[in-house]
Design a protein around this ligand. Sequence first.
Ligand SMILES: [Zn+2]
Ligand SMILES: [Zn+2]
Length: 136
Amino acid sequence: MTAAEYLVSNGEAIRRAVEAGAPDDQIVEVLRVSGRTVQRWRKRLGLPRNVQIRPVRPVPHGTVRGYRRGCRCGTCADAMRYDGDKYRLARIGLTPPSHGRSGYKNWGCRCDTCKAAGAVVNQAYYRKRLALDVTP
Ligand SMILES: [Zn+2]
Ligand SMILES: [Zn+2]
């Protein structure tokens, strides 16, 4: 078997394994190839990248800890949002330590300085969305 033939047959094996839904670490173990080789074959064959990278420890879903571990599921995002809101809401009506962007966002201050800083941020966001053409 020539080197090229070997690569093609190996690629076929990887393709079959990927199509069967095998995770990378299993392909690496069974076919005795490196993880980079599997990734290269996925790319070459136009197959999706492996997304079954299993976390070492289970992610505590619905917590800020889960979000910080990189989980973006609904409950983790909600927990993060709630956590941020909790602190923001507690500060509403209080005077921010400094006026500007953080005064607008985190303290709910609507003095002229904070409103101007908030407008700059909102306009930048709006322009970015316009550039991406996602604004309805
Ligand atoms: Zn989660
Ligand atoms: Zn202010």
